[in-house]
Design a protein around this ligand. Structure first.
Ligand code: ARG
Length: 496
């Protein structure tokens, strides 16, 4: 095929249904509609077609990345001799002007700009004249959208990673402030939401921080896997023209070009992985939110929200509600839905590009927006949350919390654990049925005795959690050192 740039304006990717007999003519449809692909059609597209198939209403946020990718493409075309130096300059400047118009809020979309790619190409052609019409040489919107959306996603996910690390930092700071010294506050550790064993407050807060760091780490993995460019794959098979995919990849700051043009144009694994990462982080925030809801209730009384991060009731004057925490919990449902919905869209798509793939953007756009706002709100909430450490300690030091320590004491004197479990279980049952204090029963029990009663002293039980990574003072102090180092490293990795 000759290097006729216009030939590519009608690439075979433009999969608009052939005109049904009753389709409105150009008069009844949109003037100039389908401007990119109208060549083989006798009439313009129906209004309902444009209304249903457009994506400009949500893909406009890809504009700057599409401009970046288009500039790389133009430089590649020039290297291949497909644009001369004047044309190259004219098109690059026009692309820059389009970005400037968008920044200034002066870029107007036309009714027939079906997506952001169409809009940019239309405007570049208006600004650069005939040279502008060469922009789409050797390119399809299929490799174009895969490239622009990938660039956008990489920036957006990097920002989310910074937000995740920011919240992990807040939790780490609160954990460090809560401390690991002899007087450091503890709270009940729960399993099944039943009090199990006391843990340091710092240990509990740090647990959430580790989860958030894992989310950021997933983004780092994802960055490696998305570090290649689909540009040059064309509609599905590449081109007869001398394109330079490796050069455009390098121009875009990506490590390598695609290996397979079919895969490059139809792969949305990276979007699905991103919606998973967002959903997983959303689930972490949801668990944190549920905890704030519980802790700030009168029933728990472990924490009080700062006024700036709480809401009131329109009817009940006394109310102070944890709406941020509740929405962090509630919106996780939507983030999971975004991920599940995208996977359902991808399932069963034949090679290669199908218009279904246009449905890839909103789930991630929404997820990125929602998670970004949740991370800032939760960071503010946690930074200002007041802990009632007396209420926490009172609950942590409830007598039952010592039961496991008592059994372990018996184990140290040589008793098999199963037997020790039964001995202590029997004491707990007696204390419940006889209404006797567990400490008194322990003192009277010859195999335990007065030494064991020391375990009932406030803070004594948590001090027993000496396993590395466990909930006691020394291991938590060590943990906070590695957590701080991990947060520092992640913050460095994701700095701007
Ligand atoms: N707006 C489309 C999308 O987001 C661009 C690609 C359209 N390609 C096509 N062959 N119709 O997927």
């Amino acid at each position: 095929m000759a290097a006729d740039p216009h030939a590519n304006l009608n690439d075979d990717s433009e999969t608009v249904d052939p005109a049904p007999a009753d389709r409105p003519t150009a008069e009844g449809g949109i003037a100039g509609g389908g401007a990119l692909w109208h060549g083989r059609f006798g009439s313009g597209p129906a209004e309902s077609l444009m209304a249903y198939t457009e994506s400009i209403s949500f893909d406009r946020r890809l504009l700057f990345d599409d401009v970046t990718a288009s500039q790389a493409h133009v430089r590649g075309l020039a290297r291949g001799g497909l644009l001369d130096a004047d044309e190259e300059r004219a098109v690059l400047e026009a692309l820059e002007a389009v970005a400037a118009e968008e920044r200034a809020g002066r870029l107007v979309a036309h009714a027939d700009d079906e997506d952001i790619h169409t809009l940019i190409e239309r405007r570049v052609t208006e600004l650069a004249g005939p040279a502008g019409a060469k922009l789409h040489t050797g390119r399809s919107r299929n490799d174009q959208v895969a490239t622009a959306f990938r660039l956008w996603s990489r920036r957006a996910m990097a920002e989310l990673a910074a937000g995740l690390v920011g919240l992990a930092r807040v939790l780490t700071d609160r954990a460090t402030a809560a401390g690991t010294g002899a007087d450091a506050p503890s709270i009940p550790g729960y399993t099944h939401l039943q009090r199990a064993q006391p843990v340091l407050l710092a240990h509990h807060l740090a647990a959430h921080a580790w989860a958030l760091l894992r989310d950021a780490d997933r983004i780092a993995d994802w960055m490696d896997r998305t570090d290649w460019s689909p540009l040059g794959a064309g509609a599905l098979a590449g081109s007869s023209l001398p394109l330079d995919p490796a050069g455009t990849a390098a121009d875009l700051g990506l490590a390598r070009p695609f290996e397979n043009s079919l895969d490059a144009t139809s792969d949305r694994d990276w979007v699905a992985e991103a919606t998973f990462i967002v959903a997983m982080a959303g689930v972490h925030l949801s668990r944190m939110g549920e905890e704030v809801v519980l802790w700030s209730s009168d029933e728990f009384g472990f924490a009080t929200l700062d006024d700036a991060y709480a809401t009131g009731s329109s009817m009940l004057p006394q109310k102070k509600n944890p709406d941020i925490a509740e929405l962090a919990r509630g919106k996780a449902g939507r983030l999971i839905g975004n991920h599940a919905g995208l996977l359902a869209t991808l399932k069963g798509l034949p090679m290669a590009y199908n218009r279904d793939l246009q449905e890839d953007k909103e789930p991630l756009f929404d997820g990125v927006d929602q998670l970004g706002r949740a991370l800032s709100a939760m960071a503010g909430l946690y930074a200002t949350l007041r802990f009632d450490t007396e209420a926490m300690a009172a609950a942590a030091d409830s007598p039952g919390a010592v039961a496991t320590d008592l059994a372990e004491l018996l184990v140290e004197s040589g008793m098999p654990f199963r037997e020790a479990h039964a001995v202590v279980g029997a004491l707990v049952r007696r204390s419940l049925t006889e209404g006797a204090s567990l400490a008194d029963l322990v003192r009277a029990e010859p195999r335990l005795g007065p030494d064991a009663v020391a375990l009932f002293e406030p803070g004594a039980s948590v001090a027993n959690r000496t396993t590395p990574g466990g909930a006691g003072h020394a291991p938590v102090a060590a943990q906070l050192r590695s957590l701080t180092a991990a947060v520092d490293a992640a913050a460095e990795r994701w700095a701007n």
